[in-house]
Design a protein around this ligand. Sequence first.
Ligand SMILES: *Cc1c(COP(=O)(O)O)cnc(C)c1O
Length: 373
Amino acid sequence: MVDLKGQYEGIKEQVNTSIAEVLDSSAFINGPHVHSFQKELEDYLGVKHVIPCANGTDALQICMMGLGLEPGDEVITADFTFAATVEVIALLNLTPVLVDVEPDTFNIDPKAIEKAITPKTKAIVPVHLFGQCANMDAIMELAEKHNLFVIEDNAQAIGATHTFQNGKKQKAGTIGHVASTSFFPSKNLGCYGDGGAIFTNDDDLAHTIRGIVNHGMYTRYHHDVVGVNSRLDSIQAGVLRAKLPNLDSYNKKRREAAKKYSKAFEGQPNIVVPKILQEGPEGHVFHQYTLCILNEKRDNLVQHLNDNGVPCGVYYPIPLHLQKAYTDERYDEADFPVTNQLIKEVISLPMHTELDDEQIEFITNLIIDFINN
Ligand SMILES: *Cc1c(COP(=O)(O)O)cnc(C)c1O
């Protein structure tokens, strides 16, 4: 699905130098690379505060802790996403409220959010799924109207840009009150281990969160709030510093590969290619390239691709509201028509910065032949 070795070849010198520097300095935690990476990412995103942490799941949890969400508060998020999003809501004893997504973008449906808002609702967590921003015009409007926090789960869309209806452009993760991201190796900006970060333009919230990631300390050995231990280590920061200057070109390569895939599938009645809402640079950064297969052959296609040595993924095979850990009597199947359909149709193809034309042609021919037979 990804080719991290091929990508490493292109940045080997910088990565090796950075890692050697960390080894020489022995500043494994909170070394100079961590601070420099934080500043460089703030500049890239155009956001006031980046707070690095240990992984994307911690980042989400810390966002919710920082906002002071309390047991009983309802947090609305998408039914069709990775489990981390709902997991941290449940871990903090908040009440997850899962809602349906849009059929063409796979992103949380603002109409479903609106329907789910109650007096107990405190926050919305849009996930910018597969590399494209959720409908942030509608979500920010709802949040303002109902006085809710917006926490963007930006694990899959770093480097993407949202263009508002009024023409204003903002990078994914800088639009809501606070955002989380993951630097898991296969993400668009991935390190060589675990890593994550929180973004915000709110000075007070940034201060609160800087304490939370460090055991609730604002002054050494004074623990003012209950915190966690969540750090990005210096080696990972060094790797990320080597990759960040290439992020836009990496995302461009992903977009170009997606374009070639979609072109090859043109005119195929049983294959729906991903919808790009905002064309142009960085509208969609294709963390995943995800098709819908309409003729009930999805599962057989997965098998066929595996048999032919082509990796593929089904993201996601089970709606969160039906997962044992998160299912609840409150949920009504009639409220999830889109997710319930998507889980049967979606398939994600190899997507990375090193895909070449020959590989794309091989994969698309294999799929087209199979679907039409
Ligand atoms: C990867 C991912 C996470 C979690 O990130 P980790 O660094 O693996 O903890 C959270 N949300 C989404 C949508 C993700 O894709």
